[in-house]
Design a protein around this ligand. Structure first.
Ligand code: PLP
Length: 378
């Protein structure tokens, strides 16, 4: 079976995990601090942008929304084509997700739909870098700036992607990353928030540790704080040392992960570009860190193609079922009339992509796809 995702766990990652376990300080500690520092450097963050590691991207989105003062009765705009974690994080604040449509050409936020769904209760907007491509932020930023609402970039797919030459991380007010089990860089579970310019670091560092304000330097050097205060709500969202150590070992290989994935994606596009019946993703992968290779299957054939591929040992996925198809969000504002989302929701299909595939595997998958259409016409 060719799996859809396959995390790269090598001897270095296992050694890093062993070292963290043998250290005996299992909570938040020195490896987390080092992971934050190295990640901030990798992302080329300006010094006025704090990066805070947390246990998941869902937590990162939740803390960003909270820090942006999203609360009960508020609304948050998000593409319906997004991870359910974002919708749940919005609801954790007591707010409601409002669904916005995507553009057909890149499956990312449609600024016209954003304008249409804007309303007096909207406090924030989440923009997603789908599959790892950079979303077109400038028209979106104009809207959020004019209305004074927070712009949160969900960059869970886009670690290492550049937008107009600039590493994604400091373009929106808030940027959130995921390092969960299947993401390009994994901590097994993990996430990070990049805060707006200014001094938000302390507030976020407290919020991830039950609201405890204490000197981070103490924990960062694997010691317990002598005393602390709790002035505000907080959560159990910190990253543990083990996960920080695993993330650090993965960071060493991240440039290779990114280059490999891009090359496999380019092979897919070369091999599949002429297959009638599918649409391949945007041709240019320059500066893109690809998390997923998503094609669109036309003519109502997606499920038949998925069954065909499963039969010949190729796993595929759907990222994602749009939010308005889940019971929980069927009737939120914006759930109806999502012209593009409702159509592409039946067409999108994710092909296997990992950091160390090989060209043979890419070719096997591609010929599995084209053989399906070959057999359909014959
Ligand atoms: C994976 C993912 C999340 C959730 O990340 P976790 O770390 O699993 O909480 C959120 N948004 C997007 C776009 C994702 O792909």
């Amino acid at each position: 079976m060719i799996p859809l995702f396959k995390p790269h766990i090598d001897a270095a990652t296992i050694a890093a995990a062993t070292e963290a376990l043998e250290l005996g300080w299992l909570g938040m500690g020195s490896f987390v601090k080092e992971f934050e520092d190295r990640l901030a450097r990798f992302l080329e963050l300006p010094p006025d942008r704090a990066l805070v590691a947390v246990n998941t991207c869902t937590s990162a989105i939740h803390l960003s929304l909270r820090a942006a003062s999203v609360g009960p009765g508020d609304e948050v705009l998000t593409p319906a084509l997004n991870n359910a974690g974002d919708f749940q994080a919005i609801e954790l604040c007591g707010a409601s997700p409002v669904f916005v449509d995507v553009r057909e050409e890149d499956l990312m936020l449609d600024p016209e739909s954003v304008e249409r769904m804007m309303g007096p209760r909207v406090r924030a907007l989440i923009a997603l870098d789908y599959a790892g491509f950079p979303c077109d932020l400038s028209p979106i930023r104009e809207i959020t700036a004019a209305r004074g609402i927070a712009l949160i970039e969900d960059a869970a797919h886009a670690i290492g992607t550049r937008r107009a030459g600039r590493m994604i991380g400091a373009d929106a007010d808030w940027t959130c990353f995921s390092f969960d089990a299947i993401k390009t860089l994994t901590c097994i579970d993990g996430g990070a928030i990049v805060a707006p310019p200014g001094d938000m670091g302390e507030e976020l560092r407290a919020a991830r540790l039950l609201g405890m304000t204490q000197s981070s330097d103490v924990l960062y050097s694997n010691r317990r704080a002598g005393s602390y205060d709790i002035p505000a709500p907080g959560y159990r969202y910190h990253l543990a040392n083990l996960h920080g150590a695993i993330g650090l070992s993965q960071l060493d290989l991240l440039p290779t992960f990114i280059a490999n994935r891009r090359s496999y994606a380019e092979s897919y596009s070369r091999l599949l570009g002429d297959v009638a019946g599918i649409v391949t993703p945007l041709p240019s992968t320059r500066d893109v860190s690809l998390f997923a290779y998503v094609i669109r299957v036309l003519g109502g054939q997606r499920e038949a193609l998925r069954a065909h591929l499963a039969e010949i040992g190729i796993e595929t996925g759907v990222h994602w079922l749009p939010g308005n198809r889940f019971t929980r969000w069927r009737s939120v504002r914006g759930a109806e009339g999502l012209r593009v989302t409702d159509r592409i929701g039946d067409e999108i299909m994710t092909l296997p992509l990992w950091s160390f595939m090989d060209e043979d595997t890419v070719e096997r998958v591609a010929s599995g796809v084209s053989s399906f259409f070959g057999s359909l016409v014959s």
